[in-house]
Design a protein around this ligand. Structure first.
Ligand code: PLP
Length: 426
């Protein structure tokens, strides 16, 4: 059977590492910075990108490549690259497309770290970002575009607002303006949604979340669909469509076709910025990926039960989970995430901010941690933790109420999770 046609569960377990006769069944950790060659001429060909092969782990490593290729297959993309973190994945993606003087249009309701990256750090590098309400009508969002806009960005399910992106709408707007749509698919994972099937061009991940799933290692990944026609907008994308002086005048789109984006990110950005994922972490990530198709449905099932319980509880002011019929994003979730959204939900308690903090302090099984999306249930108060750098106005724009408790429902027995919530409320 052709592996490309295999189902996601099989890809989770077996894609990426294909041992030859007598080789280890389990993906080995290539714990080596360097790779040996017989002649200096061969090594030179590798440096000139005339031949593919490994020479230095900052650029490529066989363990990392096997895991990247598994994620690329899961997303239905042509190529992928692992990065040291999800932040690095989004930074490298933006910087692989944009340079000083360029502009990005991004949904406002995104992870606080990415909001800062786009709004503050990229600005210092000469790249500006306009944030838009992802639920606004197309004509309204289109007004944010400028002649120098080079990319559009949104999160499939936003962190922490758990808002579902109308990815088809975003893709239409992006393509009408001749720019690629980048979707951060961290919370949905390819098990629940493949944004490429809805028009996204590039997908990013914080693999730190469900993909690893055990809170073991920080990591990221960039996947390219190979669908965006950079050459059709060659004047906008000189970095991809014009000769790269730092690579002997090679033009990525001409030499590498559909692999241009990931090859440039690897050979230019990884070479110069060096945010590689360690092979040890890539190995652990691969173990997580082997059970992704089992864990994600369980997270969703538990989160649905917890959300329904909270909705009925008289101490709870509001619950936000796309799986609830009452939710603003339920229709979008049914369209894009028919098998479930994610294990993350948010809610507020009657009594507001102080009650929320007391409730969290009373939890026993569910831990307060700065993390989401691993096997263990955990909570966080974004206004006092992850998003504390945002003003109240910015918090509201990002869809975060001051009393919002972000709850990452794990894969423990759901009765024990609900019992812990119940006793903490008591
Ligand atoms: N994207 C999303 C949706 C996230 O939730 C996060 C982190 O929480 C990131 C990116 C950044 O990832 P990392 O923490 O791996 O750098």
């Amino acid at each position: 059977m052709e592996e490309k046609k295999m189902n996601k569960g099989t890809l989770c377990v077996q894609a990426g590492w294909k041992p030859k006769n007598g080789e280890p069944r389990v993906l080995p950790i290539y714990q080596s910075t360097t790779f040996k060659y017989e002649t200096s001429e061969q090594m030179a060909r590798l440096f000139d990108l005339e031949e593919s092969g490994y020479f230095y782990t900052r650029l490529q490593n066989p363990t990392n490549d096997a895991v990247a290729s598994k994620i690329a297959e899961l997303e239905g993309g042509v190529a992928a690259m692992l990065t040291s973190s999800g932040q690095a994945a989004n930074f490298f993606t933006a910087f692989n497309i944009c340079e000083a003087g360029d502009h990005i249009v991004s949904a406002t309701s995104i992870y606080g770290g990415t909001y800062n990256l786009f709004g503050v750090t990229l600005k210092k590098m000469g790249i500006e970002c306009t944030f838009v309400d992802q639920d606004a009508p197309e004509e309204e969002i289109a007004k944010a575009f400028r002649p120098n806009t080079k990319m559009m960005f949104g999160e499939m399910i936003s962190n922490p607002g758990v808002m579902v992106l109308d990815v088809e709408k975003f893709a239409r707007i992006a393509h009408r303006h001749g720019v690629p749509l980048v979707v951060d698919n961290t919370f949905a994972t390819p098990i629940n949604c493949r944004p490429f099937e809805w028009g996204a061009d590039i997908v990013t991940h914080s693999t730190t979340k469900y993909m690893d799933g055990h809170a073991c290692c920080v990591g990221g990944c960039i996947v390219d669909s190979g669908n965006f026609d950079w050459e059709a907008h060659a004047d906008k994308y000189p970095g991809l469509c014009q000769p790269d002086e730092s690579y002997h005048g090679l033009t990525y789109t001409k030499t590498f076709g559909k692999l241009a984006f990931i090859t440039k990110a690897t050979s230019q950005l990884m070479r110069d910025l060096g945010a590689i994922q360690s092979p040890q972490n890539a190995f652990l990530l691969n173990l997580g990926l082997e059970t992704l198709h089992l864990r994600v449905p369980q997270h969703c099932k538990n989160a649905q039960a917890v959300a329904e319980w909270l909705e009925k509880c008289d101490k709870v002011a509001w619950v936000n989970y796309p799986g609830l019929k009452s939710n603003k994003y339920h229709a979008l979730a049914e369209k894009y995430l028919p098998n479930g959204s994610c294990g993350v939900l948010s809610f507020g308690l009657k009594g507001g901010r102080d009650v929320a903090i007391r409730f969290m302090d009373n939890l026993k099984l569910i831990a307060i941690v700065t993390h989401v999306a691993d096997a263990r249930s955990c909570v966080l108060h974004p206004a006092s933790h992850t998003h504390r750098q945002l003003t109240d106005e910015q918090l509201r724009e990002a869809g975060i109420a001051p009393d919002l408790i972000r709850f990452s429902v794990g894969i423990e027995d759901v009765n024990d999770i609900i019992a812990d919530i119940q006793q903490a409320l008591g």
